[in-house]
Design a protein around this ligand. Structure first.
Ligand code: FES
Length: 501
């Protein structure tokens, strides 16, 4: 059968050059090698022998498994380079068919993707950790289709992020003894080559993700960085390597550290410049009161200015344990999602500073998860981590709906197991063209599921409702009018060139 859509190749046409054409969509195959001459899956060939008695013998025995898998991986690489989702799925299914765990396709894809990430790690590797966790969930129920969806989405996202990118060679591993101070300093001065060389040298010397993670988390929290991704990715790289194998530490961590050097330092823009002063004003130690904050106190943070949220953190830090503040700030982030006036995400006639969407809100929850995990291991990081959570609480306050009514009542989740089952099904058939959107549904779902046991009942309630709203919200995925409107305003053409500045 044709590897494209399965129509019978026996109905195809063979020309004088021994090229077989499938007449349904014109794919062509070299009958000597089985290669697809049009770019696409190839076909299997069989040894053929014409004997003296006129008979033709065809050897239909299967090739050794390693040979079959190697050939499939060649096809998968071609599918990766073209970012052909259907082709990726077919090659993964073929690995299953020859009895090979298709995870080898993901392992190979990491190696194909990493060198092409000029500015370091993207969502593709972070989402890979979540897709592989979801695959493990489906493995328990034995549903192969769901498992292959997870793996196909993983590779498709990597292929998308690497598409048409050349390779950006890594520096050689440093031979100097590893120094955490040196690594932090290289990251701070954004010397990506030096930082990557240091990490590669550490890995060559036997250090693993667990050994490097504390320093990477410190560097990630040295600034209010890149919508929290710097810290979130510390954990995602660890999860990814745990599933794919420590032998991929070099490409994964090199990509991560490169990204950390290029991360946007939002504490340097006017809106978040008070962060450094707020950090200096934190009391020397947190209190030890462990009673969760009541709802009225937390709801008062929703819509509050950054200085008010910082002040609240300063005051509460004297009496309350950092876990209590973390719980309250997480709940405030969840209420922000519930209060988001989604009309802002649709609007076209807005200034660049007012470009806002659902992902501007969801990171408050994923960052909160990374904070708890980081600070459980390094309590000295609670101060910067909580103040950065405060930045998430306050940053979108202009886009909240101050209307009457309680959105918590509208989105309340009565059956959390049913919610997660529904979300898993939804994310596996998301229908969204860009991988970044299902990746954010998935990572928020994973973060919430992981954090629920650590939350107070009120925070659980708000966070589940926020997740429900976020994953069901319609998303405007392209802003043609907004982009042109803002371009005209920036360049200064049109009737009202200053309107969107
Ligand atoms: S089924 Fe053969 S080319 Fe489409």
């Amino acid at each position: 059968r044709c590897p494209h859509e399965g129509y019978p190749l026996s109905q195809g046409t063979v020309d004088d050059a021994c090229v077989l054409t499938c007449n349904w969509h014109n794919w062509k195959f070299d009958l000597e090698t089985g290669a697809n001459t049009m770019s696409g899956d190839g076909v299997r060939t069989y040894p053929v022998e014409r004997r003296d008695d006129g008979h033709v013998w065809v050897d239909v025995s299967d090739p050794p498994q390693d040979q079959a898998a190697a050939k499939i991986l060649v096809g998968l690489r071609a599918a990766f380079d073209e970012r052909d989702h259907g082709w990726i799925a077919r090659e993964l299914a073929r690995l299953v068919e020859v009895g090979v765990d298709p995870i080898v396709g993901v392992q190979a894809a990491v190696g194909w993707c990493a060198p092409r990430l000029e500015y370091g790690m993207t969502h593709a590797f972070a989402a890979a950790a979540d897709w592989l966790a979801l695959r493990d969930h489906f493995a328990e129920s034995g549903c192969l289709e769901d498992q292959l969806i997870c793996l196909t989405e993983t590779i498709d996202h990597m292929a998308f992020d690497a598409l048409r990118e050349p390779e950006h060679p890594l520096p050689a591993a440093s031979e100097a003894p590893y120094s955490a101070d040196a690594l932090r300093e290289q990251i701070e001065r954004e010397d990506a080559d030096a930082a990557v060389a240091t990490v590669l040298g550490a890995i060559a010397a036997g250090m693993d993700h667990a050994a490097l993670a504390p320093t990477l988390a410190q560097a990630a929290l040295a600034h209010y960085n890149d919508f929290g991704h710097s810290l979130i990715y510390v954990h995602k790289t660890g999860e990814l390597l745990a599933r794919l194998g420590a032998e991929l530490a070099a490409p994964v961590l090199a990509a991560y550290v490169r990204g950390l050097c290029y991360a946007t330092r939002e504490d340097l823009i006017p809106e978040f410049r008070p962060y450094a002063r707020a950090l200096a004003k934190l009391p020397p130690a947190f209190g030890d009161a462990r009673e969760p904050c009541d709802d009225a106190e937390v709801r008062a943070l929703v819509g509050a200015s950054l200085s008010k949220v910082f002040s609240w953190v300063h005051k509460q830090a004297e009496a309350r344990a950092p876990e209590v503040l973390h719980d309250a700030l997480t709940r405030a982030c969840a209420h922000n999602i519930l209060r988001f006036d989604a009309a802002h995400a649709e609007a076209s006639d807005v200034k660049v500073a007012d470009n806002i969407g659902w992902l501007d809100f969801s990171h408050g929850l994923t960052f909160a998860s990374a904070v708890r995990r980081t600070c459980a291991a390094q309590p000295s990081l609670w101060g910067p981590a909580l103040l950065q959570m405060a930045c998430f609480v306050a940053r979108n306050r202009r886009f909240l709906d101050a209307g009457e009514g309680d959105p918590l009542a509208r989105y309340r989740v009565d059956d959390r197991q049913a919610l997660f089952a529904e979300l898993r099904a939804r994310v596996c058939d998301h229908g969204l063209p860009l991988p970044i959107h299902p990746a954010h549904w998935l990572k928020t779902m994973c973060a919430v599921e992981l954090e629920l046991p650590h939350m107070s009942p009120s925070t659980q309630e708000a966070t589940l409702a926020a997740l429900r709203r976020f994953v069901h919200a319609p998303m405007k995925l392209k802003h043609a009018r907004r982009n042109v409107h803002q371009a005209m305003a920036l360049v200064g053409v049109g009737d009202e060139p200053s309107a969107a500045r």
